[in-house]
Design a protein. Structure first.
Length: 517
């Protein structure tokens, strides 16, 4: 088992020919926050994202452009690297499934299943429905009549496929999967998703076609190159490729596998929580520790779709509102796990109330008062009163509350808790009215401003995973060095040092005024 001070988190690898939209941005954003949080909390983190480059859909897109599929992928994979830069993700590795190491890992996994000797992979013939858009096989009972022909449960068109195929004997894994879910009650989160998966598996499992012969763009099946692997067999393997599979004795593999958490959208839970652990167990490899499924975003109340043309490219909102505001909004607006709606109105509301008013104003007021009234230096705490130590106590215990929530991926609740302390700090400023103490009791004013500056320091350290650039600017303004920003500095002896000179304060979260309105 990976030691508890390591943390391996993955995003789904993105279909390489998709044009990134806010739904894609969301999955990786959540992972980025979790990864940054664990790093600041002293863990050794591996955060993986990348692109899923094989399959019929990609082959067709390349053909439509008259391009060699590899060259086509080399070009479009960049879109997702650009997304990382735009959204300020901190991934440690970006994997592409067309890399050699991945071909080797996928073939090794396939062979490990064969070598286990349980006949879990066998040659047969597939006859059934396939959706190229979803890259998924569907049972007869899942097919309905759409406007232009048969469609699968997601509304994607399906076609009838008949071809020789290798199968994975998933039907034999029902009991072992159910035992595994029982023994690991938090393997699938949130709970409602877990219940769905358990009842799906209880309903009986069909063997899964895991190779195709009617097209070429994929990883050849070892020993039978007329077949290429079903794209999901190959895609899921990326998580162990990046950990160094098949070299399971390597330090890297032993450090990071099993992964701490695969974060996925609710649409791909079945692949991650049913097929993937079964493939791994059949190959004698430990399954990941957790699959967390988040919900889907709609836009202004409507599903994002090609026909409505309402996909929001992430750069559109980042250019308009700023990257930290977009990050904050997406994480705070809905419970992680639920569906939610993106609207400009809601975005502007959050930005102005939570960021500009609550946090931005607090920082701006306190730093300006210190600048004007304390010779632009960290003030002397002097004798602290009960109300001061109370606020300092609250901002210190906040770390353990937030840590606990983040360990369960309750990102929105973590933000709620942090903002509760921001509200406490704002109430404290109003109650203490330090501006009135300037003449009457300058020592008391210094204590109050010290208490506030120290509270802001802790809050800024804690919000780094969510709004990294703004948090960094607040810490710069408090003269907190780059090396003194880990969570370990929230508790314990670290405090702001009186007398340290501070730079001139500048606003961090301006109010958003809609020019068009
Ligand atoms: N390539 C597969 C994943 C293979 S993982 C071994 C895939 N790619 S995807 O590009 O279609 O989706 C990537 C992620 O984006 C998924 O987690 C999916 O749920 C998420 N989203 C796509 N549209 C979304 C929304 N509208 N809202 C939220 N997330 C959504 O699936």
């Amino acid at each position: 088992m990976a030691a508890s001070n390591t943390y391996y988190i993955t995003t789904p690898i993105y279909y390489v020919n998709d044009v990134p939209h806010i739904g894609h941005a969301y999955t990786t954003l959540a992972c980025d926050v979790l990864a940054r949080f664990q790093r600041l909390d002293g863990r050794t983190v591996k955060f993986l994202t990348g692109t899923d480059e094989h399959g019929q859909k990609v082959e067709k897109s390349a053909q439509a452009k008259g391009m060699d599929p590899q060259l086509f992928c080399d070009g479009v994979s960049q879109n997702f690297r650009d997304l990382s830069l735009l959204m300020n993700y901190s991934e440690d590795e970006f994997i592409r499934t067309t890399e050699d190491r991945h071909t080797q890992a996928s073939q090794a996994l396939w062979q490990a299943v064969i070598h286990a000797g349980n006949d879990d992979i066998y040659l047969g013939k597939y006859a059934g429905w396939y959706s190229v858009r979803d890259e998924a096989f569907y049972g007869e009972e899942e097919i309905t009549d759409g406007a232009d022909g048969k469609v699968g449960p997601t509304g994607a068109p399906v076609e009838w496929v008949e071809e020789p195929s290798y199968f994975f004997r998933l039907s034999a894994w029902q009991d072992r999967l159910l035992e595994f879910y029982d023994a690991n009650p938090e393997f699938i989160l949130p709970r409602n998703r877990r219940n769905e998966v358990v009842s799906f598996v209880k309903g009986g499992l069909r063997d899964l076609s895991i190779s195709r012969t009617s097209f070429k763009w994929g990883i050849p099946v070892p020993g039978d190159p007329d077949h290429i692997m079903y794209v999901w067999f190959d895609a899921l393997t990326n998580y162990i490729t990046a950990a160094g599979y098949p070299d399971t004795d390597s330090e890297h593999f032993k450090t990071f596998w099993p992964a701490t958490v695969h974060v996925v959208g609710k649409d791909i839970v079945r692949f991650h929580a049913v097929y993937w652990p079964a493939f791994l167990m059949a190959a004698g490899v430990a399954p990941p520790k957790r699959v967390f499924a988040h919900g889907w975003w709609t836009v202004e109340g409507q599903k994002m779709s090609k026909s409505l043309g309402n996909f929001i490219p992430p750069h559109e909102i980042v250019d308009k509102y700023g990257v930290d505001s977009v990050r904050y909004f997406m994480l705070r607006e809905l419970p992680f796990g639920n569906d939610g709606d993106f609207s400009h109105r809601a975005m502007v509301h959050r930005l102005n109330s939570d960021l500009a008013n609550d946090l931005g104003n607090l920082v701006q007021r306190v730093l300006s008062m210190i600048n004007r009234n304390c010779e632009a230096q960290i003030p002397n705490p002097g004798d602290l009163h009960d109300e001061d130590t109370k606020l300092l106590g609250v901002s210190e215990t906040l770390l353990s509350t937030v840590r606990d929530l983040i360990s369960r991926q309750e990102i929105h609740l973590a933000l709620e808790e942090i903002w509760r302390v921001i509200a406490d700090a704002n109430r404290y400023v109003d109650a203490m009215a330090p501006w009135e103490l300037r003449k009457s009791d300058p020592d008391r004013m210094a204590s109050v401003l010290f208490t506030l500056a120290e509270t802001i320091r802790r809050i800024a350290i804690l919000v780094q995973p969510f709004v990294p650039t703004a948090a960094g600017r607040i810490l710069d303004q408090l003269a907190v060095g780059e090396g003194a920003r880990s969570f370990a500095t929230i508790t314990g002896d670290t405090k702001l040092v009186p007398g340290i000179p501070l730079p001139k304060p500048e606003g961090v979260f301006p109010r958003f005024v809609d020019e068009a309105a």
